[in-house]
Design a protein around this ligand. Structure first.
Ligand code: KG4
Ligand code: ZN
Length: 351
């Protein structure tokens, strides 16, 4: 069997269709993604049927496009990877069936990858515009914050991940999106809140920071969401519109505050100064700035991969799949989708 040096991966776990080719150094030869925000915007959230239908329209042209852009053919691809968990079942099926078919047609080994493991390994990706810090390796702490998940991981080494803190209720991205919807800012809302917050006062409104000062690594965002709902209802649409900047800045500050505090606490618990911030919410301007400020103050090494590797992307899946295939792991045609992680994917030691 040829050594695994070049893997093509497909990511369709939610509403982004992404295809990438990655080499064994973590070098991303090419990545292309198609977003569906406009298709879901009228509904104020992701509609699973629309997501899977759009994946099935976009995926094959994207695969062809990636191969052409990378100037590679199937004989030069010696591994295939696909996200098979956790995610929306209909969306996952589109990626899995496509990769299985390619695997059969061209006799290329395939591997199913956990989407969250991909996020955790994103700091090792590089390309012509971006290289991770030269001295960065296991073990490290990773905070993965997106629309579907908000958890703190202890990444001991490749394949050994422990969830050490998580949200008890909503994900931080979900809180951003719901706040944006209530304030009439459209969908997806996180980026809009970020934009309006730029001109706002972070202390104008007092939002709760549940669990933030408790000496553990658990988080909660539903109290914040309910408190915002009550405040916005009391104010009414006109006043909300007038004070949009201050509302967004204050709401955002509460989320950033919780995440930064938990990250510092985790660093103390694990005596670890290597921190990775990843997931779609890591696009947030204030969160990035506060993480960098804390890094300076506490002498942390903070790694925030570029946005193309923080949001849902196929490069992180290709790299994870590549490491697994190199280790001799393989999936077969029984590979199926799962809305949850598998039992052995992560250990749990909630602190
Ligand atoms: O990782 P991601 O692309 O998809 C998953 O949820 O898996 O993350 C999307 C989430 C959404 O909740 C979106 O509102 C949020 O990331 N987001 C942001 C920003 N950009 C995207 N949240 C706050 N500030 C942003 N600039
Ligand atoms: Zn994700």
């Amino acid at each position: 069997m040829k050594p695994i040096e070049c893997v093509l991966a497909v990511e369709t776990s939610c509403d982004d269709t992404s295809v990438a080719i990655v080499k064994d150094s973590g070098y991303v030869v090419c990545q292309v993604s198609a977003h569906q925000d406009l298709a879901h915007a009228p509904y104020g959230g992701i509609v699973p049927e629309i997501a899977s239908r759009n994946h099935s329209v976009a995926l094959l042209p994207l695969i062809t496009h990636v191969l052409e852009k990378a100037q590679l053919n199937w004989s030069q691809i010696n591994g295939l990877a696909v996200t098979n968990r956790p995610g929306l079942i209909g969306s996952l099926i589109v990626g899995i069936m496509t990769i299985k078919t390619i695997s059969q047609a061209y006799d290329i080994p395939l591997i199913g990858v956990n989407h969250l493991e991909g996020h955790l390994l994103a700091p090792f990706l590089k390309d012509d515009q971006y290289a991770p810090p030269q001295v960065f390796n296991y073990p490290y702490l990773a905070l993965a914050v997106s629309g579907g998940h908000t958890s703190l991981y202890w990444v001991a080494e490749f394949g050994q991940y422990t969830v050490v803190g998580t949200t008890k209720d909503d994900a931080a991205g979900e809180a951003f999106d719901k706040f944006a919807k209530m304030a009439g800012l459209g969908y997806p809302g996180g980026a809009q809140v970020d934009r309006f917050a730029q001109n706002g006062n972070t202390a104008a409104y007092d939002f709760p920071r549940s669990l933030a000062i408790e000496d553990n690594l658990m988080m909660s965002f539903s109290g914040l969401k309910s408190s915002a709902q009550r405040m916005l209802e009391k104010m009414g649409p006109e006043e909300v519109l007038k004070n949009r900047g201050d509302l967004c800045a204050s709401f955002q500050e509460a989320i950033v505050d919780i995440l930064v505090k938990k990250m510092i606490r985790a660093s103390e618990r694990f005596n670890c100064k290597k921190i990775v911030l990843t997931g779609g919410v890591s696009a947030n301007t204030r969160l990035r700035a506060q993480f960098q400020a804390v890094a300076l103050k506490h002498n942390f090494q903070v790694v925030i991969p570029p946005l193309r590797y923080c949001t849902d992307n196929a490069a992180m899946i290709a790299y994870t799949g590549l490491l697994k295939l190199q280790r001799g792991e393989k999936s077969d045609l029984t590979l199926g989708p799962s809305s949850q992680s598998f039992e052995n994917d992560f250990k749990f030691d909630l602190q």
